[in-house]
Design a protein around this ligand. Structure first.
Ligand code: FES
Length: 307
């Protein structure tokens, strides 16, 4: 890794742009988007602002790509080297997770690997976090993770990060529920390795038991307890069906959680996902661009948030 001073940024970008396409964060309306750098242009890359929207993942996973013509898969097209400037620590961490998922072991995605190998990353961190940034809100806290049904899917990457940096937190307490045992996702790890992780305390429940389930039966709210964490120094992360999130939030508020310490993942309201259709509007927020994670304090004053 090399360090580049801001005063030398343009010469650096110009030099890199001679050998490959360079993408930089630029201000587009209220947001920061990734755009191709033009050495002769007037648009200045934005420095020290929060991460780009949409995320860097879009450069590694285009929204649309031909991967097969039935019945045969297609090999990835050759990818030219490219550079992305301005990636934040959270972008780099998310790329680590993508690398684990798509470059290791059982499932290798040739299309992802082709792009990833050609990508040069040049990072520049934020001067301060945004309202919904996870980077500084969890360290040193009790982290209370509550998930229901397929809500475990968005929670998984957070959970793996918590496990990876377990020493950064006072405790990690997870409460997950599903309709039946079969409805849990990630069953192999959830029922297996995740139960034995050092520093993680986990309880599972199902609305309706069947098969050989001998665990707790009841809604996820029935396995929440105000003694699970030190509430004054805790942050709750909630993701699941809207009705479950509603009742979990009511329980957490009843335990004494600060509305600003309850983080809700509001993906349910999204439709187009890139700020055009307006379906995701939550008061003044676009869920797809401003979230999808909000504190209860941010959105509680708006009507119909659980619909
Ligand atoms: S999902 Fe369409 S504007 Fe947000």
């Amino acid at each position: 890794m090399e360090t580049a001073f801001i005063s030398r940024l343009k010469p650096l970008l110009d030099a890199v742009a001679k050998t490959m396409d360079v993408y930089v964060p630029v201000k587009v309306g209220e947001y920061y988007a990734c755009r191709k750098y033009d050495p002769g242009g007037t648009t200045e890359p934005e420095l020290n602002e929060i991460r780009m929207s949409p995320p860097v993942k879009e450069l590694l996973f285009p929204l649309r790509e031909l991967a097969a013509v039935f019945p045969e898969p297609i090999d990835p097209q050759p990818v030219k080297p490219f550079a992305v400037f301005g990636l934040k620590t959270c972008d780099l961490r998310s790329m680590e997770i993508l690398d684990k998922v798509f470059m290791e072991k059982d499932f290798e995605d040739a299309f992802y690997i082709a792009r990833r190998k050609m990508m040069l990353t040049i990072s520049s961190d934020c001067s301060s976090p945004g309202e919904s940034c996870f980077c500084n809100i969890l360290a040193g806290k009790h982290v209370y993770v509550v998930g229901g049904g397929v809500g475990l899917a968005p929670i998984r990457s957070l959970f793996l990060t918590l496990v990876d940096r377990i020493g950064d937190f006072k405790s990690v307490v997870c409460r997950f529920g599903a309709r039946t045992p079969e409805d849990f996702i990630y069953k192999k790890t959830l029922f297996g390795g995740w139960q034995k992780l050092q520093g993680v305390e986990m309880k599972l429940t199902v609305d309706k038991a069947n098969g050989d389930w001998n665990g707790h039966v009841g809604m996820v709210t029935t396995i929440l307890d105000r003694r699970d964490v030190d509430i004054a120094n805790a942050v709750a992360i909630v993701c699941g069906p809207p009705i479950m999130m509603k009742f979990v939030t009511v329980s957490l508020l009843g335990f004494g959680f600060n509305p600003a310490s309850i983080y809700l993942s509001m993906e349910k309201n999204m439709s187009c996902g890139f700020g055009k259709c307006g379906h995701c509007m939550l008061g003044k927020y676009y869920v797809c661009k401003d979230g999808p994670v909000f504190t209860y304090e941010q959105i509680s004053k708006y009507p119909n948030i659980w619909e």
